[in-house]
Design a protein around this ligand. Sequence first.
Ligand SMILES: [Zn+2]
Length: 100
Amino acid sequence: MKTQGAALKAQAEQAQLAEKVRELEEQLAAIARWETVVQHYKLRALVPDVFVYEYVAPTWDSEPSHFACANCFQLCALHPAQTASTHALPQWILPRTVSE
Ligand SMILES: [Zn+2]
C-alpha cells in the first residue's frame, strides 16, 4: 500500500514536470518569435522626448512602414502608435503616410 502511494505520487510529479516543460517550451518559442519581430524595428525619436519604434521593412516584405508604441514594445507587445488610442502619440503628430 505504501509502495502504491509512492508510485502514484511519483506519477503525479512526473505529470507536473511534463506540464512545466511544455510551458517553458512555449515561452521559449514566444521569445524566439519576438526576437525575430524586434529585428525589424529601431527606436526613433519623432521629436525630442517622443519615442517610437519604427518598422524598417526588409526588402522582401511589403508591410507598410509604421511606428509601434514604445511603451508596449518594452513589454514585448506590438501595438501601432497612433493618435486617439491608448498607445497614443500627441495629437499634433500625424500618422506616417509616406515612406522615405
Ligand atoms: Zn502602447
